[in-house]
Each structure stands twice: as C-alpha cells, then as structure tokens.
Design a protein around this ligand. Structure first.
Ligand code: SF4
Ligand code: SF4
Length: 442
C-alpha cells in the first residue's frame, strides 16, 4: 500500500531536476519571514528542497519551510519553470512525515483527527437539517444519467445551507447532477496531511472509483481543499477517467443563462472576501456577483493571498488571520457596505459571528445567486448560533432537529463541537452560553 509514497518520491525527484534554483518562489512566499527564514539564502533553501527530494538531508532549514507552508500557491505563480511548487512542497512534507514519525503514531493521529471531524460534522448537520434532507445532500441516486457530480466534500456540511443553495442554483439552471458528499466521499486530506499514506491511498482511491462509477464527465468540487487534494496530489498518480473543476468555474459557464433568469434582486453594497490560491475562483465569483442587478461590489483593502482558504490558517497563524478579518470588516464598514460575502464554507463559518460586532450581514455568494434566481432561502443556523445575540432565536429549532435525527449529544460531544466552533478565529459568540443552551434539553 506504499505505492503512493513511491510515486511521491519519484515525483519530487523529477520536479527537483527541472528546478533551476532561481529562488523566486522563496522570495514570493508569505510564510518565509513568519517562519524566521528571511535570513536564509533563497537559493540555499531551494537547494535544501532538492536535497530532500533526492533522499538526502538538507543543510538549510528547508524542512521548516515545509512545515510553515499555508498552501497559498503564490510560488506557483512566480515559478519561471511552471513547477507546481505547492504540490512539490506537499509531497516533500509527506516524505518528511513518513521518515520522522513512526507509522503507528501517524495512523493514530490520522484516525483521531478523522473521528473528531466526523463526529462534529454529524452533530452539526443534525442540528441544522431533518434526516431526509441530510440524506438528500450527501447522495442522490436514481435521477438518471447525470451531466456532473456535485462533490460537496465533508466540512461544508457544518454550514449545510450552502449545499442547499447550490442545489437550488443547479436546479434553476436545469443541470442534471448527482451529489457526492459527507465523509463517505472523503478526499483523504486528513490522512495525507498526517502522513498516514496507506489509509490515504485507500480512501482517495475509493472516492475516485465512486466518481468513475457515476459516469459523469465532470466532477465539480465545492471544497477547495478536496479540489487541490485531487488535482494536485492524486490525479497524477491515479489518472482517473473524470476531470475535476471548482464549482465557480462551472457556474461561470452559465453566466449568460443566469443573467436572463436574475429577477429577485434587492439592492446590496457588497464586499467580497477574496482568496488567491486557486486560479480564477475570486475572479469568477466577482463576475457572477457583478451580474446580479442592484448588487454593487465595493473594493476594500484585504490580504487575499494569505492562504487559499480561511480554514486551517487560523491554527497556525491566528494573529494574522484576526488582523486580516479586522482589516476586511473595518474596511467594509468604512465603505458603507451592508454585507461581506464569502466564497468558501470555512470563511463563512469564521466570519459569520462578525455580524454581532459590526453593522454587516455575512453571506455566502450562493445566498445571493440563489436569491437572484428566485429560489427559496435557507437560514444559516451555524451563523445564527455563532452570534450570542441571535442564538436564542434558533435553539428550539436545533433541539427539535436533533430529536428528529435521533441524536442525543452527551457533554463531551457538545464540548468537542463547541471547542472547534469557538476555537475558530473570528467567532464572536459565547462558548459557555452555547454549551449551556445545547445541554438544556439534551
Ligand atoms: S504555497 Fe504559499 S506558503 Fe506554501 S511555499 Fe508556496 S508561496 Fe509559500
Ligand atoms: S521558482 Fe521554480 S525554478 Fe525557481 S527555485 Fe522555485 S521551484 Fe525552482
């Protein structure tokens, strides 16, 4: 089961051979100074990557660079040899993890993280949706031949109103789609990042075969991490029959059709929270939003290239993420925007609570598109819980949904979810209040 590891070693060696050691990727990388590597010679750091790729030890602090990488992808944009430096770094990190941590520990870390994620997703989705809808948004069968597979990933199920919005949009565009969502269609990122390569290969392979069996020509991924995991780490190894693209790229192809259908459009002054890292995504969302009548996009200063998504960055760089949010939100207020619009689900989760502190709504771009297409709207229950001033309005609904799902969370499960929710930078509610409210009727 170490075929993927062998492949990764070959891949890194091959990439190293095409690198000219110009050092441009190091100079552009935003985490090099944060990891205290600015005094390192750029050429030496890259030469360290090349040594690691050849199975030798590095004389520079290249391994610190691997550990600090936040996946921003800026290095890819500047490399004159068109090397996917992010993917090279990811491969080397895997090799490094395998060489420095015993297999038993890697497997344990991977299964602990996966279990915690699964439990949190199960509890959070059960707090927000009835059981029949949970089934509907994780797997749709029997619709006939589908044009596309709508691959939700796992963590968007913490904010399932986004999936409901996407389904409304696809229905409005009369697209035949199948849904693949939840932990049974895992991309394997947890296992991959833990260096648990045997499990990663099993999980990613199972999901990849499931996509092939659905026989759609295209898989459109909601989740940016699943997309990168498949397109940058998996497809070169697996060479599957399908192609995967981000949903925004897919929706952008339907821009003219959407324009002809946009009708229900209240006036909004909108600040879009932007992310670089996956080429075209921010640009596509900008164009989609700008096409909605009466939506005015307001530019504000923001740090769009610090990580391809909000999720995960806060764990490593919490102060920078808080500062990025402060700059964005204060800029939006100064520009008299009435809402900040997010692209990804983790950004939505982390910014949702800001509505309690700033005179702004925090919406996802799918809220605006679905609304403009005249489709039903869905409450962001996670965001409502995230605000101490609105939690009371939703807690009865949450208890009712938990009952319908047959879920009776115990104290440790509630604590697990509360720690994850309130550990996210940008979350402004009260953890104690949340735990107390949720336990009241459990
Ligand atoms: S992906 Fe971003 S953080 Fe990682 S090495 Fe490249 S530029 Fe640096
Ligand atoms: S920018 Fe490309 S060629 Fe230059 S050092 Fe980085 S990986 Fe090598």
């Amino acid at each position: 089961m170490d075929n993927f590891l062998n492949f990764t070693e070959d891949y890194c060696r091959e990439v190293a051979n095409s690198c000219t050691e110009c050092g441009l990727c190091v100079e552009a990388c935003p985490v090099v100074p944060l990891a205290g590597l600015e005094s390192q010679d750029a050429g030496q750091l890259v030469s360290g990557l090349k040594s690691l790729s050849e199975g030798k030890s590095s004389t520079s602090r290249a391994s610190d660079w691997l550990d600090a990488c936040n996946g921003s992808g800026i290095c890819n944009d500047v490399c004159p040899e068109n090397i996917n430096v992010r993917s090279w770094i990811s491969g080397l990190r895997t090799i490094q993890d395998v060489s420095r941590t015993p297999e038993r520990d890697r497997r344990k870390a991977s299964s602990d993280k996966f279990r915690a994620m699964s439990q949190a997703i199960r509890l959070l989705s059960s707090m927000q949706l009835p059981p029949d809808v949970i089934s509907k948004i994780t797997r749709t069968k029997g619709r006939g031949p589908a044009d596309v597979v709508f691959y939700t990933g796992c963590n968007v199920l913490r904010t399932p109103h986004i999936v409901m919005n996407m389904m409304e949009i696809l229905d409005a565009l009369e697209i035949l789609y199948e849904i693949a969502g939840g932990t049974s269609f895992c991309c394997g990122v947890t296992q991959h990042r833990s260096g648990d390569i045997g499990s990663y290969e099993r999980v990613a392979s199972r999901t990849s075969r499931a996509f092939e069996e659905m026989k759609a020509q295209e898989v459109i991924s909601w989740c940016p991490t699943c997309l990168l995991q498949f397109n940058e780490n998996w497809v070169n190894y697996d060479k599957p029959d399908y192609a995967m693209a981000h949903v925004t790229q897919f929706l952008h192809k339907y821009l003219d059709k959407m324009r002809s259908q946009f009708a229900n459009c209240p006036p909004r002054r909108v600040v879009l929270q932007e992310h670089d890292g996956i080429p075209g995504v921010t640009e596509h969302v900008t164009e989609l939003l700008a096409s909605i009548p009466h939506v005015e996009l307001v530019p504000v200063k923001q740090n769009r290239n610090f990580g391809y998504v909000c999720g995960g960055i806060g764990e490593t760089y919490p102060d920078i993420q808080r500062e990025n949010y402060r700059m964005l939100l204060e800029g939006a207020v100064a520009a008299q925007a009435d809402c900040v619009v997010t692209i990804y689900h983790s950004c939505q989760r982390m910014l949702a609570g800001a509505a309690a502190q700033y005179p702004l709504n925090v919406l996802n771009y799918t809220d605006l598109i679905s609304e403009a297409l005249g489709r039903p709207s869905y409450t962001d229950i996670y965001g409502t819980l995230a605000r101490v001033d609105t939690m009371d309005t939703i807690i009865e609904t949450v208890h009712q949904l938990l009952k319908e799902n047959g879920v009776e969370p115990n104290h440790s499960q509630i604590e697990l979810v509360a720690n994850q929710m309130f550990g996210e930078p940008g979350f402004y509610g009260s953890k104690e209040e949340f735990v107390k409210n949720l336990e009241k009727k459990s």
